[in-house]
Design a protein around this ligand. Structure first.
Ligand code: NCD
Length: 326
């Protein structure tokens, strides 16, 4: 049996400066069309095979990633680190911003200009919407948005869509139900936008005060995406192919009493899931804080742990692409 699957055509060994994503920033899912997604997922798939068969591969040997996190993160930060290291590169981690010059009042633009002197690519998570675009403007090197406040989280949306493709095999024709905090959850903002490239139906289930922002719904409406809002999950669960559950974003609430009033609004349990199809998946960007009962974890439809792993392959692909190695 060959060690590497046939047709490894996406990973040239030399620098590939004419590659479509060489040197580009990744700021919003609006940058991607269906062909881009096919390309990213083909590379991600090869990365998966490569990790399964070899584990690491020196495609990005000598390249350095600056991982700049102004907000907490477990998965995004560590999967970018793992992605870089599995490809032979290395990482400057800045997640304790209180120990960096940021705590002395340095601007985001200056911090980014500093890091690009030492690194080849910058991954940024920041509490303010639009911060990734500001950083990208200041930097000559590629900036990857790892979440800008309640704005976007494009690499998460890519890994979410890759999960759907890998788990269900197709996207067109699916009913995707988004549940929970659709107002402050940046992952659903990005995923809904990305799904508008496909022939899908989106259903939103949220407490009144956490509904999908009307401007995002209007944007998707203009693209002809069928959307509908529901108050209860029961009415829509039986026809759902992808149930995308989110955490109520406690840190975004000004009024903590308001958070308390909605925090336990929906809980996925084995009992609730009895009404769902046998062939469907439950996703969650994680962390979860009570909205999916651990009792459901053993169900084959629980895709949220596999989803994290897919994230590694997608981030490996993205790093290889912007660094001219794919
Ligand atoms: C999400 C985020 O940071 O937006 N987490 C992640 O990146 N996997 C979701 C969340 O914090 O609820």
């Amino acid at each position: 049996m060959p060690i590497i699957k046939h047709n490894m055509s996406h990973l040239p060994l030399g620098d590939h400066k004419n590659a479509p994503w060489y040197g580009k920033d990744i700021l919003s899912v609006g940058q991607f069309g269906r062909e881009d997604l096919e390309y990213i997922f083909a590379v991600s798939h090869e990365m998966h095979d490569m990790v399964d068969h070899i584990g690491t591969f020196d495609l990005l040997k000598g390249k350095i990633l600056a991982n700049l996190f102004y907000e907490p993160s477990t998965r995004t930060s560590s999967s970018f680190t793992a992605a870089m290291e599995r490809l032979g590169g290395s990482v400057i981690p800045i997640n304790e911003v209180k120990y960096s010059s940021i705590s002395k009042g340095e601007s985001l633009a200056d911090t980014v200009r500093t890091l690009e002197c030492y690194a080849d690519v910058i991954v940024l998570r920041h509490p303010e919407i639009g911060s990734a675009a500001i950083a990208a403007k200041a930097a000559r090197k590629p900036v990857i948005n790892a979440g800008d406040g309640i704005g976007e989280h494009p690499t998460q949306a890519l890994l979410d869509l890759f999960t759907i493709v890998e788990e269900l095999g197709y996207v067109d024709g699916l009913t995707v139900t988004m549940l929970g905090d659709l107002k402050y959850g940046r992952t659903v903002h990005s995923l809904a936008r990305l799904l508008s490239l496909f022939d899908v139906r989106i259903r939103y289930v949220a407490p009144e005060i956490l509904r999908m922002p009307p401007e995002i719904m209007a944007e998707l409406e203009a693209k002809g995406l069928p959307q509908a809002e529901h108050v209860t999950l029961e009415s829509i669960l039986p026809e759902t192919d992808v149930l995308y559950v989110t955490r109520v974003q406690k840190e975004r609430f000004e009024d903590q009493a308001e958070y308390e009033s909605v925090k336990g609004a929906y809980v996925i349990t084995p009992e609730v899931m009895r009404a769902a199809k046998e062939r469907m998946i439950v996703m969650h960007p994680l962390p979860r804080v009570g909205e999916i009962s651990p009792e459901f974890d053993e169900d084959p439809r629980a895709a949220y742990f596999r989803q994290m792993e897919y994230g590694l392959y997608v981030r490996m692909a993205l790093l290889a692409m912007v660094l001219g190695k794919s």
